[in-house]
Design a protein around this ligand. Structure first.
Ligand SMILES: Nc1nc(=O)c2c([nH]1)NC[C@@H]1CN(c3ccc(C(=O)N[C@@H](CCC(=O)O)C(=O)O)cc3)C=[N+]21
Length: 289
């Protein structure tokens, strides 16, 4: 058996085509969504990601506001730019590219962001809204995983999902999304304190591998017919991506997300969704008010 591909590139393209129409409708009402990014320092990887986000914006008609600071920037200088983005009417949503340089209090920066402009869905207010089943921006990588499964018709309702990892970008919040009534999954969260990871993985209908440990999910861990999502991004000595999922898993699973070409493009698409939905909420409030 060879697994079917959970094609993140194609799914992200479909989402972007839907967004293009919604952005045009917003513009017709006089609202232009604009994504801001704040990049601190010049890590080539971070710069590549940020540039990719602005390319995506150009494709769907979203405006771009690019802010940069040197890696010597102080806490105060970073916070000053955050305040400017909060106040800038052209910036309807933004992200502070992570990680920030050593010595910067990242949580203090993130908490200063206007939650209504939080394109990452990682502001404590928005994570709290998710817990309370209120509407708001959703964390991009977890929502990208959910959309990738939905788009390919993989049954989430009633499925047993095993998440490997408890990092802030996905592991900690994906169980919140998957256990909503609209998804209705049963979730087991595994992490470095888990006693028998292999036994948990073997029970899974869906595996979300987000540990950042190369090839931690091996073919013998996977129940035949499972769906396996590879969220891990490690690099080998040539800079090539090595995921959390061993390539041999494709012979056991029914569905597998390639890496690259799986969850990464979906994360980027969801960022645009958050920006457009925030602008749509604003536009609706203006019409109502
Ligand atoms: N505030 C903030 N928000 C983020 O969302 C955020 C961040 N900081 N810091 C860094 C991580 C990383 N990240 C990725 C997004 C897209 C791909 C992506 O599209 N990857 C492609 C290509 C990968 C390649 O070839 O190098 C793929 O998977 O096909 C990867 C990684 C967002 N991040």
């Amino acid at each position: 058996m060879t697994a079917q591909i959970l094609d993140g590139k194609a799914t992200a393209a479909a989402i972007k085509s839907d967004l293009t129409a919604r952005v045009a409708a917003l513009k017709a009402r006089g609202v232009t969504p604009g994504l801001g990014t704040l990049l601190v320092g010049d890590d080539p990887g971070s710069r590549w990601y940020v540039n990719g986000k602005h390319k995506d914006c150009a494709q769907v008609g979203i405006g771009s506001i690019q802010r940069e600071l040197p890696d010597t920037a102080t806490q105060e200088e970073i916070e000053a730019v955050v305040r400017e983005l909060n106040a800038d009417p052209a910036c309807t949503g933004y992200i502070v590219q992570l990680p920030l340089p050593k010595g910067i209090d990242t949580n203090r920066v993130l908490e200063l962001m206007d939650p209504a402009k939080d394109a990452d869905g990682l502001h404590p207010m928005n994570l709290g809204r998710l817990v309370l089943n209120e509407t708001g921006p959703l964390p991009c990588t977890p929502q990208g995983v959910v959309q990738l499964l939905r788009h390919h018709g993989v049954e989430i309702n009633g499925a047993h999902v095993v998440v490997v990892g408890r990092g802030v970008t996905i592991g900690r919040s994906i169980p919140l999304l998957l256990t909503r009534k609209s998804e209705n999954a049963t979730v087991t969260q595994c992490h470095t304190g888990t006693r028998d990871l292999a036994a948990h993985l073997k029970q899974a209908d869906i595996i979300v591998a987000a540990a950042g440990v190369p090839h931690i999910v091996k073919p013998e861990h996977v129940k035949p017919g499972a769906a396996v999502l590879d969220v891990g991004v490690s690099r080998d000595e040539n800079g090539k991506i090595v995921g959390d999922v061993h390539p041999g898993v494709a012979e056991v699973a029914a569905w597998i997300s390639p890496n690259p070409g799986g969850v990464g493009p979906m994360t980027r698409a969801q960022l645009l969704v958050n920006v457009v939905e925030a602008a749509e909420r604003d536009a609706a409030a203006v019409s109502a008010g």
